[in-house]
Write a protein that binds this ligand. Sequence first.
Ligand code: 6PG
Length: 256
Amino acid sequence: MKPKVQIYAGPGTLSLAAARLVARCAATAVRDRGRFVWMISGGATPLAMFDRLASPSAPDVPWRQTEIYWADERAVPADDVLSNFNSAHAHLLSKVPVAPTSVHRIKAEQGAAAASEDYRRELVTLAQAQGRGQSQPPVFDLILLGVGRDGHTASLFPSAAALDEDDWVLSVKAPAGVVPQQRVSIGLSVLNNARCVAFLVAGADKHAVVRSIVLDPVQSAQNLPAARAHGGEKTIWLIDRASGGAATGSSFGCCR
Ligand code: 6PG
């Protein structure tokens, strides 16, 4: 399935578009199933979108019917500045009425292996609540992902064994130089079971990887993990001009 690409002039319009996508997905999910089951990523790109969603002018999101999960987490305490939970809590979760029991953080301070098993049990509980069969992964309404310059997404890095495993949750050691190295990541079997996968990408440093993935997803899937993640109903790339407009604007969408 060809990804849909939407190109935005800059960080402001990009984060607004992403916030509106979350609101639309949430409204549809609550209308159809009574809950919005959302998985978010770490990194810096989503923070402007979180701020938008927490602002007084935010699009309506049914926070009291929202369940929040993470695509990955670093093996650090929850209050560590490197924690993906800490970032989302500071920019969004501390400002909107999501029930504490609906915030399913990866307890990576336990160490990656123990945290992976603990989180896998959370996903089994979710799958059971959704009436899924024993080995069927849970279905997320929206999984929001970023992409690294090397094509990683969540904490699935190129040429990692994790890419070919069916495990729902993986204990991962990131490549040398990536700090922190010990992480917990969702696996492709869960990512690709989502209704919608949305990539949020900004910055000229992502231009090369976005161009590769969007213009040649099949070839890119050989070695770029982000090219292997796609939603069951749709896959959307929300990018800014710096990260891909010139390369993909003529082929997809238009600049908003
Ligand atoms: C993480 C993220 C990771 C992130 C990309 C992009 O824990 O680091 O889940 O996959 O989405 O590295 O990060 P930026 O948005 O900071 O460029």
